[in-house]
Design a protein around this ligand. Structure first.
Ligand code: FE2
Length: 377
């Protein structure tokens, strides 16, 4: 085993496109499969926990798939200052932390560059964004029906382009939500987002400067709206994830770091029973590496491309064609031997057959013994 497995896997994930081996995609695929499984369970439990502790609430977000709101005048001015304090930065698709879901595909990276300009979060951003986020704490809890944490942040501007990426769902864990803040608003002139809500209606989002929108990016189809005439839509993105208590502390894990692969993070609490964060991390990266020798792939797919890895046209539990071919051949050999014996007895009689069998039996046994000795070596 590699001395430091975490470092080795981190190295594989951050290799340049042309240095990647086809088998490396297995690491991404196995992580993605386990991640969706575990996030579903965690999200279900987090929602159940919230519901048990709070009064019934009719969530507009759950009903429609998106909600919007407007900040006060002072907060709108602060939002604009926060956005302008962040410096433009060329997209580095390999800027993501080891424990975080990332987009691995070059064609998607190219699309990100074609459609968006990216900005690095400034100190001013980290100091002041909580002033805007904290007052929304309770509303976000109610609408999501879970306590929440920040999974990641991103600051970008949708460029004037005549073709966005087309309608899509993000294929992330279903409970992860996107919260967009628009310092300059969103509309046809500046650029916007189109969302197909849960009623099936297409909505081109029109919002005033200093507005926000929370939407279910993996449940509702959506796409950025832009055109050659747009002047560029500034956006501050805060991704929200479910937990058992709310913590609005901002988290940044690289421009291509979206949310933790698994709903767990380091803490100063003493957790016994082999369940300390570092122990769990070590066990699980070993499990993932082991899994990569069982479930292999040679290309990077995003989980949404393969309907959660289930193919209804393929019965995974049915014998493979190759196994069936071997079974048929073995059956044919059995039938041939039986026919040969019957023919011999019919031609020469049972006594002659038995005497021949007795004379060659020691030879057959000896042959088998020799074969076993050679095979063991
Ligand atoms: Fe999207």
């Amino acid at each position: 085993m590699k001395k430091n497995l975490k470092e080795y896997l981190n190295y594989i994930e951050h290799l340049e496109y042309d240095k990647r081996l086809p088998i490396h995609a297995s690491l991404f695929e196995n992580k993605a499969m386990l991640s969706k499984f575990i996030w579903d369970v965690h999200s279900h439990n987090a929602k159940k926990f919230y519901k048990l502790q709070n009064k019934k609430y009719n969530s507009e977000l759950e009903n429609l798939g998106f909600i919007t709101g407007k900040l006060k005048k002072n907060d709108t001015a602060l939002l604009k200052n926060i956005y302008s304090s962040c410096k433009k930065k060329k997209l580095d698709p390999f800027d993501f932390d080891f424990n975080h879901v990332y987009e691995p595909r070059k064609n998607l990276h190219d699309d990100m560059v074609r459609i968006n300009n990216y900005f690095y979060p400034s100190d001013f951003f980290f100091e002041n964004m909580p002033k805007i986020l904290n007052p929304l704490k309770s509303r976000i809890e109610k609408e999501n029906q879970y306590y929440w944490k920040v999974a990641s942040c991103r600051i970008f501007e949708v460029k004037p382009v005549n073709k966005a990426q087309g309608f899509h769902k993000d294929g992330q864990s279903l409970a992860i939500k996107k919260l967009f803040f628009f310092p300059e608003g969103a509309n046809k002139k500046i650029g916007s987002t189109i969302i197909i809500d849960k009623m099936g209606n297409e909505n081109l989002i029109e919002l005033e400067p200093g507005s926000w929108m929370l939407f279910e990016n993996s449940l509702c189809e959506h796409q950025a709206y832009s055109s050659d005439d747009c002047c560029g839509r500034p956006t501050i993105e805060i991704d929200i994830m479910p937990d058992f208590y709310t913590d609005t502390k901002l988290q940044y894990h690289g421009v291509n770091g979206w949310y933790p692969w698994f709903p767990i993070e380091e803490s100063s609490l003493e957790i016994k029973g082999g369940l300390d964060y570092s122990e769990i991390l070590e066990r699980n990266i070993k499990r993932i590496s082991g899994l990569c020798s069982i479930n292999t792939t040679d290309n990077y797919r995003f989980p949404c491309e393969f309907s959660d890895y289930y193919d209804q046209n393929y019965d995974v539990f049915k014998k493979r064609a190759e196994e069936e071919k071997i079974d048929v051949e073995e059956e044919k050999i059995d039938i041939d031997v039986k026919t040969e014996i019957n023919n011999f007895i019919n031609r020469n009689g049972l006594i002659r057959f038995l005497s021949s069998l007795i004379s060659i039996l020691p030879l057959i046994i000896l042959k088998k013994i020799i074969r076993k000795i050679i095979w063991k070596k």
